[in-house]
Design a protein around this ligand. Structure first.
Ligand code: ARG
Ligand code: ZN
Length: 879
């Protein structure tokens, strides 16, 4: 067992850096057995640092130090110290040049941090603290320097040599080697440094900026992927245009490059001028990628591009401020996606992610504020709270200020802080200064963890025509935080009359010019709002558009929910009412004997949805999805997974059985023989058709089985082929399932992105993903322990999506996960720590699950040499 506990880092201990680095000159000699890195730093003391006699301390990690020189002179071995992983030089002048040579082994780097090899190419990932795995450096985002980078490698194996900025020099060297030198004119923190060396093909295009400059756009991929770049390139151009139009942000370098790599811990990385992407987040063609993948790629390309301003030009002072760039950038990419597709559908997807996964995180042992106060390992804080809740916080500022003042605020933020490393508070201050609004109380959103709960009750006074709405807010305790103060919450609502239309919202008697939807501002623990001039008792439509990341409790009747689901003028709340109705029906069936009846009103609602072609079909496609098992678990006090699963299955199979004819009609009506198009309408058609197919196969309908097989064979795009495959895999037709799975693998075995989908469709399936099958997938020739996508597509999909198989009362699923985490911890701690997540909320489950989850956490805790990443998650979960 690990004896010394990793150190906790506190925001309250922040100090400005003792030294600043103005310039970094790097020379990489890349070889098959390692790489030599020559780094020359131009350093000066920071006049703002209190002690001007401070020693120079540089961060390092897994480096072999070869030599140190100061202003060109060799520093003798007693002139510096290696302390832990850091390099300490006690006596240094106020200005100097330090040259350090280190040796590293990218070919053995399975952590995928710093410089490593992936499918034969060299690449880097430096955020958050990977640069210290390359050379000694003050590895913190508030040290910003200009970088010049020379890369030397064998020309035949590595014809393409890339780094940030512009290529300023290139040439031949002896022994078939060559070099390219890159210079980045913009000072940047080292986490934005990138290097790529490989045998890659280049896909080029040009973007004409608003000020008339031509930007050279390049996507680099392995030659087998040359046909999979078009969508990313189009997405990039749309993002660049959108950022000019909506935020007034123009691109600043002459070249913008994207590189696809197969082994990558996260989705993608916004390195200045040289974005590096997980292959699965950039490569797509209609025959290999689903609609969901196309949309994800568009969003991620946009996200990384938008970071050029929200992240790179203005960066974070320290890693506690991570949401400064991530929350803001997720908000920006969400608005972009809304503009490119269906805004209501995008909002439903984001709210679903928040309510299913972020609320769970915020109620668990790893709960932390959007601006955390402490951490052990920063990699563990690339969370849904930092990204998604952080984006919701920015969205609330947008809602409170309105679009014009918000834009004034963002203009001021970029202008005031260009070239600086700043804090979330600086962001909020810019919004305040530009708008004149006081966001003092609003700042609690950054400081307090936990999901606020709004308890809403109402009364109607028929004599006076007054409707009173009482809203109480409370914020649950989270680790280390109790007795929280009320937050400033924008609460959008409407009131529906008996005819389904919005009633005017008059907050005082005789109000004229009253809107049909309004945003109330909650600032106190309790408010009572009075609406006047109402001749009838309204049905409230609360938190329209998910105007704040909160839980709303209100005692809607099923009839009211039915009514909202078919009449609410707010598309989001129509969907939400349908979900609440379905949740209520499932919860009521939970634990009932098999003869429990499914409320006929739910069946009616689904029948109407399936048959009403006048509705927005994209919204209908979303409304058809039943609440997920993960969401039902999140809503439960003490989740009995198997009971919830059975109740949900009962509702699903009852709906499918009763609505069989309607589903078949829906399937045929949405038969889409046109060319593959990526419009919201075409996506909705494919989604409806595949949902209908999936439901029919859940009741083992023979006609649907035939339809699925034909669709599988004839599909002209991956969405339809995968739709048929998934439906068959999740059916009881075992022979057909085996056949299509084999056929699919035979056809696509050479395409890693498709093989990942093949793994996950099985691992996530209740029918096909029993533990024995999961173990078999781990020994499949296409499975690779060192490839995070493969690990996620089998182990992650099983523990995160196949909940009824993972949560077995004999704890076999938990033990399995613990074994895999222990194995991965030595290879890739970041990935191992993420896989622990499904176990962390053990307290939330019924006793029969709880003990097994806890024991699995203890199994992980007791591993020798546990990484800091896994240590933090496991110990906080058991605390
Ligand atoms: N900044 C990247 C993005 O959101 C994520 C990089 C995360 N890296 C990590 N090692 N946690 O676009
Ligand atoms: Zn990001």
């Amino acid at each position: 067992m690990r004896t010394n506990q990793p150190r906790t880092i506190y925001l309250s201990e922040y100090q400005v850096p003792a030294f600043l680095v103005d310039h970094v000159d790097l020379r990489f000699e890349l070889f098959e057995d390692g790489a030599r890195v020559h780094s020359t730093l131009t350093i000066r003391r920071n006049p703002e640092f209190p002690d001007q006699g401070e020693a120079l301390v540089l961060d390092g990690d897994s480096l072999v130090l070869e030599s140190v020189r100061m202003n060109g002179e060799a520093v003798p071995e007693n002139g510096y110290q290696l302390k832990g992983e850091q390099l300490l030089v006690p006596e240094v002048p106020d200005h100097f040049e330090l040259t350090v040579v280190t040796w590293i082994e990218p070919q053995n780097n399975t952590r995928l941090e710093g410089l490593y090899k992936s499918s034969g190419m060299f690449c880097t990932q430096c955020e958050a603290e990977g640069f210290r795995c390359i050379t000694f450096f003050p590895d913190r985002p508030d040290v910003m320097a200009r970088f010049r980078t020379r890369i030397e490698a064998d020309r035949a194996a590595y014809p393409v040599l890339l780094s940030n900025g512009n290529d300023v020099d290139r040439g031949e060297l002896v022994d078939g080697r060559h070099f390219v030198t890159w210079e980045d004119p913009f000072p940047k923190p080292c986490y934005l440094f990138a290097l790529v060396a490989g045998d890659l093909v280049e896909k080029r295009d040009t973007f004409h900026t608003c000020s008339g400059r031509d930007i050279d756009l390049r996507i680099y991929v392995e030659s087998r992927n040359a046909q999979k770049c078009d969508h990313a390139m189009d997405s990039l151009k749309r993002s660049m245009r959108w950022d000019e139009e909506v935020y007034g942000r123009e691109y600043d370098l002459d070249i913008f490059m994207i590189v696809a790599v197969d082994d990558f811990n996260m989705g993608a990385m916004e390195n200045k001028g040289l974005n590096i992407f997980n292959s699965s987040c950039v490569l797509a063609s209609p025959d290999t990628a689903t609609d969901a993948a196309f949309q994800r790629i568009e969003a991620i390309v946009a996200h990384e591009y938008f970071h050029n301003w929200s992240g790179n030009r203005v960066t974070c002072r320290d890693w506690f401020q991570l949401s400064l760039k991530e929350g803001f950038t997720v908000f920006r990419d969400a608005e972009f996606s809304a503009d490119m597709g269906s805004p209501t559908v995008k909002r439903i997807e984001d709210a679903t992610l928040m309510r299913t996964a972020q609320f769970a995180e915020d109620a668990g042992p790893m709960a932390h504020p959007v601006r955390p106060a402490s951490y052990m390992e920063i990699s563990n804080f690339y969370t849904l709270t930092i990204y998604e809740k952080g984006a919701e916080v920015v969205r609330m500022i947008h809602t409170l200020l309105g679009p014009e003042l918000f834009r004034k605020g963002s203009d001021l933020y970029f202008e005031r802080h260009d070239g600086q490393a700043v804090t979330t508070d600086d962001f909020v201050r810019a919004m305040e200064d530009a708008s004149g609004r006081d966001l003092g109380q609003f700042r609690r959103w950054y400081e307090q963890a936990g999901t606020p709960v709004l308890d809403v009750s109402d009364e109607y006074d028929a004599d006076q025509g007054v409707y009173r709405l009482k809203v109480q807010q409370r914020i649950p305790d989270t680790p280390g935080q109790t007795d929280k103060q009320p937050q400033h919450i924008p609460f959008a609502l409407g009131l529906l009359g008996a005819d389904g239309a919005d009633l005017p919202l008059a907050l005082a008697d005789g109000d004229t010019d009253v809107p049909a939807s309004r945003v109330l501002e909650l600032t106190e623990a309790e408010h009572t709002f009075e609406f006047h001039g109402l001749a009838e008792r309204p049905v409230p439509s609360l938190l329209r558009g998910f105007s704040a990341p909160v839980r709303v409790h209100y005692p809607w009747t099923r009839d009211q929910l039915m009514f909202l689901a078919s009449h609410d003028s707010d598309g989001f709340n129509r969907w939400d009412a349908g979900q609440r109705l379905a949740v209520d029906v499932i919860q009521a069936l939970e634990g009932q004997a098999d003869d429990g009846e499914v409320d006929a009103r739910l069946i009616d609602a689904y029948r109407r949805l399936l048959n009403d072609a006048t509705l927005d079909q994209a919204l209908v496609a979303k409304m058809l999805n039943l609440p997920s098992l993960a969401y039902l678990i999140e809503l439960a006090k003490e989740a009995d997974v198997q009971a919830l699963h059975r109740a949900r299955e009962k509702v699903l199979t009852t709906l499918a059985g009763t609505l069989r004819e309607d589903l078949l009609a829906c399937y045929h009506r949405n038969d889409d023989s046109d060319d593959y198009q990526l419009t919201p309408e075409a996506i909705a058609r494919r989604s409806l058709r595949n949902t209908a197919l999936a439901w029919l196969l859940r009741i083992d309908d023979a006609e649907a089985c035939d339809l699925a097989r034909v669709q599988f064979d004839r599909a002209s795009n991956m969405t339809d082929q995968m739709g048929a495959l998934r439906a068959l895999v999740n059916s009881g037709f075992a022979a057909e399932r085996g056949e299509v799975l084999d056929g699919f693998y035979q056809r696509w075995q050479d395409d890693p992105q498709v093989v990942e989908q093949w793994f996950s469709v099985q691992a996530a399936s209740t029918e096909a993903g029993h533990l024995g099958k999961i173990r078999a997938l781990l020994t499949h020739p296409a499975f690779e322990w060192t490839n995070p996508n493969k690990v996620r597509s089998v182990i992650g999909a099983f523990a995160g999506q196949n909940l009824s198989e993972f949560h077995q009362d004999d704890a076999s699923g938990y033990r399995f996960l613990a074994e895999q985490v222990r194995r991965l911890d030595d290879l890739n701690p970041q990935i191992a720590a993420r896989l622990v997540a499904p176990l962390t909320r053990w307290r939330k489950f019924a006793p029969v699950y709880r003990e097994g989850m806890k024991t699995a956490l203890e199994m992980i805790r007791d591993k020798d040499g546990l990484s800091r990443d896994v240590y933090e998650v496991v110990h906080k979960s058991l605390a």
